[in-house]
Design a protein. Structure first.
Ligand code: IYR
Length: 237
């Protein structure tokens, strides 16, 4: 048994409002180590880039499963965990998704998005063509669950669904980075075709489409800088 498992067994609990709460302890650090760790973590995350060119090299399903478990540790409104991760490896489904996404994207890039939007996207180098939807070994399509149905088909509320699923998506991207893989946060628009192709129930709405894989042999990403601390923060002291 691992020491963590042992610790969990020894864990004491107490009742609050009639519900059991477990004692929670976590390791804390002296300030120098705290600083070193937070800096190292930032520097690691800062090496993450959105990648649009994937290798078709397979990745083990076991890895994807771990990535999803990591994503699903995200906090959520009333702990409802209002997300479903659809993992698409099937080539026919990937092809259908590409065809439908490119249909929508063609319309977007040829009128729907408007001049200002197209100019904003020019430095990123995107266009309506989405070959990565067939090349990447896995497409993770995140659905938000806007409500649940109980056994009698009554609607049960979920809360802060966008916030919750956004947090899970962020953790997923971090987990993908940690695994040495790359991803693209893709938002075909509109994306209701995903519900149809993947036969999702009415309580689920597509949220993000995230191709995952190894990067292609030669990958270029747009030159960009991230905002500096004074541009993203206000301290009230
Ligand atoms: N959904 C389109 C367009 C697009 C929009 C934004 I805002 C981006 O940051 C990137 C792309 C596409 O996926 O190409």
């Amino acid at each position: 048994m691992t020491s963590l498992a042992k610790k969990n067994l020894m864990k004491d609990s107490k009742e609050i409002n009639g519900f059991l709460h477990d004692r929670y302890e976590r390791t804390t650090y002296e300030v120098p180590e705290m600083l070193q760790r937070s800096k190292a973590f930032y520097e690691w995350l800062d090496t993450r880039r959105t990648v649009r060119d994937f290798s078709d090299k397979p990745i083990p399903k076991a890895v994807i499963e771990q990535l999803l478990l990591a994503a699903s540790t995200a906090p959520s409104g009333a702990h409802k965990q209002p997300w479903t991760f659809c993992v698409v490896a099937n080539p026919d489904l990937k092809k259908q998704i590409r065809i439908e996404a490119e249909k929508e994207e063609y319309e977007s890039y040829h009128g729907r998005m408007g001049e200002e939007w197209l100019q904003d996207l020019a430095p990123i180098g995107t266009d309506w063509q989405k070959p990565f939807l067939e090349i990447a070994p896995y497409l993770i399509v995140i659905f938000k669950r806007i409500y649940e149905l109980d056994e009698e088909q009554n609607k049960q509320n979920n809360y802060y669904v966008n916030e919750s699923v956004g947090l899970a998506a962020g953790l997923l991207l971090a987990a993908i980075h940690e695994a040495g893989l790359v991803a693209l946060t893709h938002t075909p628009s509109p994306m209701n075709f995903l519900s149809k192709i993947l036969a999702r129930p009415a309580n689920e709405r597509p949220f993000l489409l995230i191709p995952v894989g190894y990067p292609a042999e030669e990958v270029y990403v747009p030159q960009l800088t991230r905002k500096k601390l004074p541009d993203i923060s206000v301290f009230y002291e």
